[in-house]
Every structure is written in C-alpha cells, then in structure tokens.
Ligand binder design. Structure first.
Ligand SMILES: *Cc1c(COP(=O)(O)O)cnc(C)c1O
Length: 417
C-alpha cells in the first residue's frame, strides 16, 4: 500500500496534504522518498527554527533520552527550572514565571484561564467576576474549544457551536473597535503581534502602544500570542519588541520554534502586582493548572539547546540580514504578481495579485504558487488564499535565500506568462 493510500484509509482527513513523503532533512534541506531535494522555507510551519536536525539539538535530545525522558511535574525537574530561568532572564527580561505545555493551543488555553483568574481576583465594580477576553478577527490561536473561540475566523468555528462564552472580537490595528468591545466584564486582550495564519499582518507600533494604554486605563491584561513569531523569528528575542519595545505584556505564549521540532510550548506570566502584595503570577497556584507531559526533561533539554543556539550564534542578526536581502530583491523585481510584500524578520508574506495569474479552477493563487514552487524544489506555505508565506530557518544562509528568490521569481514569471 502506498503511503498515500494508507493515509486515505487510516488518517482523519483534517489536512489537505501535498503528495510528498518526507524521508530526511538537514539544515534548510529536506529529501522525500523519491530522493528529491527541497529547500525548506516552510520548516514545519516555523517550527524547525535552527534548521533540521541541528547537531546540537540532536545530541541534546539523544543525551537526555538516554538519561531521563519523563518523570512528572510532581518533582523538581532541573531542565525545566533551567529553561524557565533562560526564558525569563535572557529572553523576556522581565520578572515573571513560566508554565510548560506541549503545543501552542495549550499555551493559549493557559492564557485564557489566567484571564479568568485575574477577573475573579479583580471583579467588576458590582462584585461579579470579569471573564471576557477581546481577541481579533482574522487571528489564529489554536484548535481546542477555547482557542478556536479565541480564533476570530468563522471557518475554524463552523460546526462546533456552542463555543466558549465571553470572547469578543475586535478589528486588528483598529483601536476604536477594541474600545467598542470593552465592557465591565472585560478582563484581557489577547493578540498576535503579527498575525501568521491570517495572512501575515503585523500590528502597528501605535496599535500595540494604544492597547497597552487601554489595558492600563481599564485594568485589563495584555496577553501576546507569540506562538509563531517568538524567539527570534522577527529578528528580536520577543516578537513584540520588534514592533513596540516599550510595551509591557502581562503574559506571553510560545510554541512552534522554541523546540526546533520537539513538541513543546510555554506561557510566561508577569510577576507584577495586581493588588496590594498580590502578583499576577500567583493567580495560577497549586491545582489551578497542569499538564502531564508539559516541561518534561526531554522537551526542556531540546528547547534549552534551541534557545542556546539562537543566542550563541546571534541568529537575530542573521534574520535581519536575510530579511533585508529578500526585501531588496522583491523591491528590485517590482513583479506584477506581487501586490504587497508584508511581514517582519523571517515571517514574510507575498500578497499575490490574483488578476495577473493563471491558475486552475478552484485553486487559490497562494496554493497555485506553493504547488509550482514545490515542483521546483522549494517548500513554502500559504497564509490565507492570496498570500505566500516564507518561514525559513533562522540560520538560513545568504546563498540559500538567493536560491529561493531565484525559484520564486521563476515561478511567478511562469504563472503570469
Ligand atoms: C500555530 C499557532 C497556534 C497553535 O499552535 P499548536 O501548536 O498548533 O496548537 C497558536 N497561535 C499561533 C499564533 C499559531 O501560529
């Protein structure tokens, strides 16, 4: 039975899958079972942040796997303590505490629970707990019941009603629309500093600063979903610092790139005081939250290796240099098929001009381009129907980027011919 047929018979069809059977990978390259070599600018959707099978990540996992893979959060896991310290001291650089999960959705669930706890600790003036969270149209926060509710996209919620009560949607980069959603029950605002799945739309500096001011005025938590954009992807340790460095978030979630391919997520909660002598991070005390696997020795050893590599090899600098390289090339092409070039760091979107492209019936412009690039040996991923997304490894080389640009130019020329 071919892998394709086995898939069709035994795996739930929740994904539209490309007919590629991956076999091995190294750095920015991936090989399929036919021996075809691809330059990988999808990186498992921003996961393989230091490239595939980085020797330091491989040996960290191998060594830890041979020593202790898993015990329980009932014990003081040293790798977990070390990883939390690294995240707080070297990356967030703001006093706070970390909880470890296995995925981005799970990290965001933690943020929603934090908002509820905060709204209980600091109720509305009539004494009823505040429980509402404002999220954004076109956002993406995950697929669990809580996070699919936070995700402001009908297509992701269809068929799953009733969804979680108390989530209200505002329009991204529109402060007035946020103000309109604030009630006496609002406890928090949750947003991506740059929307990924929604099509690569970055928040403006004014918007993030404005949200911060609203949060202070109304005593709301400012919670950032950096699951896709965090840990160097935007050329800064923290995604929000690439946009509005003066913002002081109350909580941040991560996953994807922090494990470099090993499934791990996390969220950080500020130690700031929310009332006399009471800190925000103390709201998630004993028995309020948990995860059997979250923060186990193996996952934390993997993430420690990834974060060390991001710091030690100064990958932020490479991200900014490669972003510049891509920007310059795209500006120089001035290609009719590219309506707009968006994004930051190595989280980039090429919004396509559908009118200029010839695509097959029922195939979106983004998908047509992804298919064409796949044929040419470049793996990419769409973001919405009309945007091509590039998420190369943070250590992608100048030569690899030049090769990808070359393939993209060829593909665009062919699709617009
Ligand atoms: C991918 C993603 C998630 C969900 O992460 P999972 O690990 O798939 O649960 C949440 N938020 C953002 C911004 C994402 O990109």
């Amino acid at each position: 039975m071919s892998t394709h047929d086995t898939f069709t018979q035994y795996v739930l069809p929740t994904y539209g899958r490309f007919p590629i059977v991956p076999e091995k990978a190294k750095g920015s390259y991936l090989w399929d079972d036919q021996g075809k070599k691809y330059l990988d600018f999808c990186t498992g959707i921003a996961v393989c942040s230091i490239g595939h099978c980085h020797p330091k990540l491989v040996s960290a996992i191998q060594d830890q796997a041979a020593k202790l893979m898993h015990c329980s959060n009932l014990y003081e896991i040293p790798q977990q303590a070390e990883l939390a310290k690294t995240i707080v001291e070297d990356f967030v650089q703001t006093p706070g505490k970390v909880f470890f999960s296995n995925s981005g959705a799970e990290a965001n669930e933690g943020l929603i629970k934090l908002a509820r706890k905060f709204g209980n600790a600091k109720p509305a003036s009539n004494g009823t707990p505040r429980h509402e969270v404002i999220t954004f149209r076109n956002s993406f926060h995950g697929r669990t019941m809580g996070t699919l509710t936070a995700t402001g996209q009908d297509s992701i919620q269809n068929g799953f009603a009733p969804i979680l009560p108390g989530i209200n949607y505002a329009i991204y980069n529109d402060l007035d629309s946020v103000k309109a959603q604030i009630t006496d029950k609002t406890a928090a605002i949750l947003l991506e500093p740059i929307q990924g799945e929604g099509g690569i739309f970055a928040a403006t500096k004014e918007f993030l600063n404005g949200l911060q001011a609203l949060c202070i005025d109304h005593d709301l938590l400012l919670m950032l979903d950096e699951v896709q954009a965090g840990f160097g992807r935007l050329g800064h340790d923290m995604a929000w610092r690439a946009i509005a460095p003066n913002v002081k978030p109350d909580a941040i979630s991560w996953a994807k790139g922090m494990g470099g391919g090993f499934p791990i997520g996390a969220f950080w909660v500020s130690d700031r005081e929310i009332s006399n002598g009471v800190t925000l991070s103390s709201q998630l005390g004993p028995r309020t939250h948990g995860s059997t696997y979250g923060g186990n020795p193996l996952g934390c050893a993997a993430s420690l290796a990834v974060l060390a590599e991001i710091k030690n090899s100064k990958l932020n600098d490479n991200v900014l240099a490669r972003e510049q390289q891509i920007k310059e090339a795209v500006a120089e092409w001035n290609h009719p098929a590219i309506a707009e070039f968006r994004g930051k760091g190595l989280m980039l979107g090429f919004a396509l001009n559908a009118d200029t492209m010839t695509t097959a019936e029922g195939v979106t412009p983004a998908l047509a381009l992804v298919l064409k690039l796949t044929e040419k040996g470049l793996l990419t991923v769409p973001a919405g129907a009309e945007t091509l997304r590039w998420l190369p490894a943070l250590n992608v080389t100048e030569a690899e980027v030049a090769q990808a640009l070359d393939l993209l130019k060829q593909a665009l020329d062919e699709l617009t011919a």
